[in-house]
Design a protein around this ligand. Structure first.
Ligand SMILES: Cc1cc2nc3c(=O)[nH]c(=O)nc-3n(C[C@H](O)[C@H](O)[C@H](O)COP(=O)(O)OP(=O)(O)OC[C@H]3O[C@@H](n4cnc5c(N)ncnc54)[C@H](O)[C@@H]3O)c2cc1C
Length: 403
């Protein structure tokens, strides 16, 4: 246990009992940070089984890596991590038009989830635990589940994602707002690509800036040691046209995404025809060879409040920005660790004041995070960020330095 993370004040009495709602990356990181600070923590995840691979790669920010090292998780020691020192831009003629020297660490969502889950005691991670309702009680909160007995805790930390029910309870009507574009996504194994495409990708990321859209291809290191490539292609869609993209292959209308394997043949064909018309050869091939593309609506989620009594929200539940800074997981980690720090070395009578101070600082950072992602996303999709200006684009590091 590190000295800055002890809750000597509170622990001298009895450790704070904390219920974390949501057992994805944000919830697990909160569990690790708060356990390290000495609290009595349980995670409640509604999924019946441990979470499944979302087929996503993840850019690992330096501060996230450092936070995890503090709880003995070394992302770099994983065979699922790959470091790259360049980012390249491909022009319409399929040639590299610009190369930027920058250190990027790639891992996969699944690998990070596995590592975090492995670090949390099994008896503290509860599956099939859907939180249905929160009830304020004297000095804490009663957590009610869809099934089973309620639990009384001193603090609830909600990491229940961008459609958070807890945020809606805190601030009704604070749900996701459409950003004006969607993200077409998918994963293709390296072995399924032509030699030309493999040589061009070369295990690194590529940026493509077609007219009116923005795409990146980046490596997802595989457990086996090989590489897969993920595509994220941000393309504007007018609001009236959006619902028809979100009708899945069974004719069901979805809200914010159609997962892998569920796109209708009509929507898959739309993607393929955009790729044929708009992308340079390497990107076109990656899209056309992606077996199960999926679609995610890009939204802004912004809460004016993160704390109510003994309930707080973190991660995507609080602020879920457009993904251009590649820092959603790093922000969730920062929310978790700053919360643990705020609650450490204080007496029980000081918890509410500590939460208020934490909230003020996190709201300021969250607003800035949303604004920077929005600014960057709008500029990228509108083609206002030529490759040579990428070096000076906003970054998560800049946000942390100026907090
Ligand atoms: C296109 C895209 C690319 C991205 N790329 C990156 C990247 O490169 N780097 C990066 O750092 N981040 C990236 N992110 C963001 C990242 O995925 C998230 O910001 C981060 O994982 C934090 O998520 P979370 O744990 O807060 O929420 P989620 O992962 O959404 O988890 C919420 C959990 O809460 C559970 N839950 C919900 N309601 C209840 C309930 N009532 N009771 C119990 N459980 C409940 C859900 O089942 C779920 O498991 C990207 C996001 C997108 C959309």
């Amino acid at each position: 246990m590190t000295t800055e993370h002890t809750n000597a004040g509170v622990a001298a009495q009895t450790p704070l009992r904390v219920a974390i709602i949501g057992g994805s990356l944000g919830g697990l990181m909160a569990a690790l940070a708060l356990r390290r600070a000495g609290f009595d923590v349980h995670v409640y995840e509604r999924s019946r089984t441990t979470l499944q691979d979302r087929g996503a790669g993840l850019r690992v920010q330096q501060d996230l890596r450092n936070r995890l090292l503090g709880v003995d998780i070394d992302v770099d020691a994983s065979t699922n991590t790959r470091s790259s020192d360049r980012f390249r831009f491909v022009g319409a003629d399929n040639r590299i038009v610009y190369e930027e020297r920058t250190q990027i660490t790639y891992s996969s969502w699944m690998r990070l989830y596995d590592m975090l889950l492995g670090a949390v005691e099994r008896e503290r991670y509860h599956l099939d635990a859907n939180v249905a309702r929160l009830e304020p009680i004297d000095g804490g909160t009663r957590v009610h589940f869809s099934d089973g007995a309620p639990v009384d805790v001193d603090l609830v930390v909600a990491a229940d994602g961008q459609s958070s029910g807890v945020r809606e309870w805190l601030v009704p009507g604070s749900g996701p707002r459409y950003a004006g574009y969607v993200c077409w996504r998918g994963v293709v194994q390296e072995g399924e690509l032509s030699r030309e495409a493999r040589e061009m990708l070369d295990g690194d990321g590529l940026y493509i800036l077609p007219e009116g859209s923005h795409m990146s291809i980046y490596p997802i290191p595989q457990k086996s040691g090989g590489i897969a490539y993920a595509i994220v292609w941000y393309r504007p869609v007018s609001e009236p046209e959006l619902p028809q993209l979100l009708v899945d292959k069974d004719g069901k209308q979805r809200d914010w995404s159609v997962p892998a394997g569920w796109l209708s043949p009509r929507v898959t064909e739309m993607l393929h025809s955009y790729a044929r018309d708009e992308l340079p050869a390497v990107a076109r091939e990656v899209v056309l060879r992606t077996a199960q593309p999926f679609i995610q609506v890009i939204v802004d989620v912004e809460t004016p409040r993160m704390v109510r009594g003994r309930v707080c929200v973190i991660g995507d539940a609080a602020f879920s920005g457009r993904p251009h800074l590649g820092a959603g997981t790093a922000k969730a980690a920062d929310d978790a660790w700053t919360l643990a720090e705020a609650l450490s070395n204080i007496g029980r009578g000081e918890v509410d004041a500590a939460l208020a101070r934490w909230e003020e600082a996190r709201l300021a950072l969250g607003r800035r995070y949303i604004a920077l992602n929005r600014e960057l996303g709008n500029a990228l999709v509108a083609g206002r960020v030529p490759p040579e200006r990428f070096t000076s684009r906003p970054s998560w590091e800049m946000l942390l330095e100026n907090r």
